[in-house]
Design a protein. Structure first.
Length: 205
């Protein structure tokens, strides 16, 4: 099975295939949107934390024949969300990203972003299963941290680009979602019946 088909299946199983994420998530993050439209510079994560989070997203939705989370800049979406509407989770995310790097240095000789893909995948499997050693006692469960980053990565991959992720409409192109219909003046009856092709937003100019 191709990497792209595997990723499509992952997005389908997440129950946000198509327009759901752009209509339900994005509308609830006006501050993150404003921050993303103003700058792509980190607002909530340190350079090391940014690199760790970015590497996590790159393995959760890896690049293949089409762009993945790295090219979609999902980490920028995560950073802006944590700096604004999701600020309550910021301390937890920072603490866990630091703990992840410390674990990788102690057990693999380097921080997470510098490990090879196979090593990174093994670490993420252990993280999801709460099998990381020496996890801080006052930190949230490893599986909860993994679940949050996974959810935010998918959100950043499929939300409208103005929220900081989905650069180049990477997520929409992979999922087959042509973009909100209001961007193209609505759907015609023929398009709704499948008699005419719906032109995606990235081709409208």
């Amino acid at each position: 099975m191709s990497n792209d088909l595997t990723r499509r299946g992952f997005l389908n199983r997440a129950s946000i295939y198509g327009c759901g994420i752009s209509l339900t998530l994005a509308g609830g993050l006006p501050l993150a949107r404003a921050a993303a439209e103003k700058s792509t510079a980190p607002l909530s994560l340190s350079p090391a934390q940014w690199r760790a989070a970015e590497a996590m997203t790159a393995r959760l939705i890896p690049s293949g024949d089409t762009p993945g989370a790295l090219e979609a800049n999902c980490v920028n979406f995560i950073d802006k969300a944590l700096a604004n509407e999701e600020k309550a989770a910021l301390y937890m995310v920072r603490q866990c990203l630091d703990a992840l790097d410390q674990h990788c240095e102690a057990n693999n000789g380097s921080v997470f972003c510098h490990l090879n893909p196979e090593q990174q995948d093994n670490v993420l499997v252990n993280l999801e299963n709460s099998d990381i050693s020496n996890w801080p006692e006052d930190a949230v469960p490893q599986s909860a941290f993994f679940g949050l980053i996974r959810a935010l990565t998918i959100m950043g991959f499929l939300a409208e680009p103005k929220y900081g992720g989905n650069q180049g409409f990477a997520g929409w192109q992979l999922s087959g979602y042509p973009g909100p219909r209001h961007h193209r003046g609505g759907y015609t009856d023929a398009q709704m019946m499948g008699e005419e092709t719906i032109k995606p937003v990235w081709e409208t100019g």
